[in-house]
Design a protein. Structure first.
Length: 172
């Protein structure tokens, strides 16, 4: 199961995309309201819940307090689903992470060392540095201060139908 949930602020503004496990946890602890659900269910021995598709935070949380968390989806959003080596756009399923400084050379898994790459470019660069491979990212990786959920990108790359009413008119 690879369903994702859209988390909205208490003002109904898109904040981030969560995996279904994190979404169920937030529902269980009562910190969110479920606005839309998928048809699929999650079962435990004692209860059955529909998978949450769109969640709204009950409390107002400062965006500064949250910060932008490092995640695959947030890296793809920062890089606009575009390979940083060949500059072509891809659907999420055809993208990978690339460590600018390879892990074998001490590179860390951070916003400032990870870029979006298509599978062929990532394989071509391999475990080499940018200088060794002769491949350089189009944009230097950076830690974003905010990531507005790009409505057109979400729509273009398959936002679930349950999300569309919460993404605005340009997502249709």
């Amino acid at each position: 199961m690879s369903k994702k949930a859209l988390l909205l602020s208490s003002w109904y503004l898109p904040m981030r995309v969560l995996g279904w496990q994190d979404a169920v946890k937030l529902v269980y602890v009562g910190s969110v309201d479920v606005l839309a659900e998928y048809a699929e269910e999650v079962r435990s021995p004692s209860t059955t819940w529909k998978l949450p598709a769109v969640l709204r935070q009950r409390r107002t949380v400062s965006p500064r307090a949250l910060g932008v968390k490092f995640s695959r989806t947030n890296v793809y959003l920062r890089d606009k689903y575009t390979c940083q080596y060949c500059a072509r756009r891809f659907p999420e399923k055809d993208l990978t992470f690339d460590h600018v400084v390879p892990r074998s050379r001490g590179g860390r898994k951070t916003f400032t060392n990870i870029v979006t790459a298509c599978r062929p470019c990532n394989a071509r660069k391999g475990h080499r540095t940018c200088d060794e491979a002769g491949m350089f990212p189009r944009r230097e990786p950076f830690h974003p201060k905010a990531l507005p959920l790009a409505r057109t990108l979400a729509a273009e790359y398959g936002a679930p139908a349950e999300w569309v009413p919460y993404l605005g008119a340009d997502a249709r």
